[in-house]
Write a protein that binds this ligand. Structure first.
Ligand SMILES: [Zn+2]
Length: 282
């Protein structure tokens, strides 16, 4: 079926867009306070995430989490949970609505309903210089979901067990003593750490390209809540060609955690749960 182009088509296309969620009323993070706290923070943990696998680490509230590239260009798929309540978890879609397709210094990872509050704030991003390239690509996206074996099976009939979805499921099961079936229910859409992605301008398709990350680069967060961080070193490696197979060169990622002395957090308040009364009109 074809539809006739209306005579005012160009006029309709020419209407300027309006930002869906103007974020100038979002409470701004106090990055100077976080920098002072970071100077006092003491390292308290570290884990190496093996290639094509995942690992977890807990981050104390008011502490810092750093994710680093170590041996070679590698992207990571990050799930965040409230340490004491797995039902409060990272909400990729709402983070995208509030901050746009990619996040960097000063932007937050927001939690699911009904709390909808900052879980972690980006305080350092050594790839902050990248910006948006000529293809519309940028780094650390909240547009991808996570590579998973179901989509692979749908598109190619494969049974591949080291997609980020499965890696995250195994690591969460190990961290919390859950069965794989129980753990899988909690795995959610990720922050694609170091991944370079965008949408093609002509067809609107999700694209990826070789990550600009190099060993030594890192993304660091302030933990607004006590966190359980679960990170998968994606089987796509730097995601220059494909994922969902063992074809790409893959490298480990490092997660490090710092604890902040109470006194160094003077002036900071933990985020309260969202203020909506939850009566939903009844
Ligand atoms: Zn992946």
């Amino acid at each position: 079926m074809t539809y006739e182009t209306p005579p005012d088509a160009e006029a309709r296309r020419a209407i300027a867009p309006v930002i869906c969620y103007p974020n100038d009323t979002l409470p701004a993070p106090d990055l100077a306070l976080f920098a002072r706290a970071r100077a006092e923070a003491v390292k308290c943990g570290e884990v190496l995430v093996p290639p094509r696998d995942a690992a977890s680490i807990e981050v104390p509230q008011g502490g810092f989490l750093r994710i680093s590239s170590v041996d070679g260009p590698q992207v990571g798929d990050l799930n965040l949970f409230h340490r004491d309540d797995l039902s409060e978890r990272f909400y990729s879609g709402k983070t995208r609505a509030l901050h746009g397709t990619h996040i960097t210094t000063g932007e937050r990872m927001w939690s699911s309903f009904p709390t909808l509050r900052p879980m972690a704030t980006v305080v350092e991003d050594t790839l902050g210089w990248y910006g948006i390239d000529g293809f519309g690509g940028s780094v650390h996206d909240v547009i991808g979901t996570r590579c998973d074996p179901y989509t692979g099976n749908l598109l190619a009939g494969t049974q591949y067990h080291h997609c980020c979805h499965s890696n995250l499921t195994r690591a969460l099961a190990d961290a919390r003593g859950l069965t794989l079936v129980e753990a899988e229910r909690h795995v959610h859409d990720v922050l694609n750490v170091f991944m370079c992605t965008g949408f093609t301008r002509d067809t609107g398709q999700y694209f990826m390209k070789a990550s600009p990350v190099r060993p030594g680069d890192y993304l660091e967060f302030f933990a607004e809540l006590p966190l359980l961080a679960v990170l998968s070193a994606c089987p796509g490696g730097d995601c220059s060609a494909e994922h969902s197979s063992d074809a790409a060169a893959c490298y480990p990622l490092k997660m490090e955690v710092w604890q902040t002395p109470y006194a160094a957090l003077e002036g900071w308040s933990p985020p309260a749960a969202n203020g909506y009364d939850r009566s939903h009109g009844r």
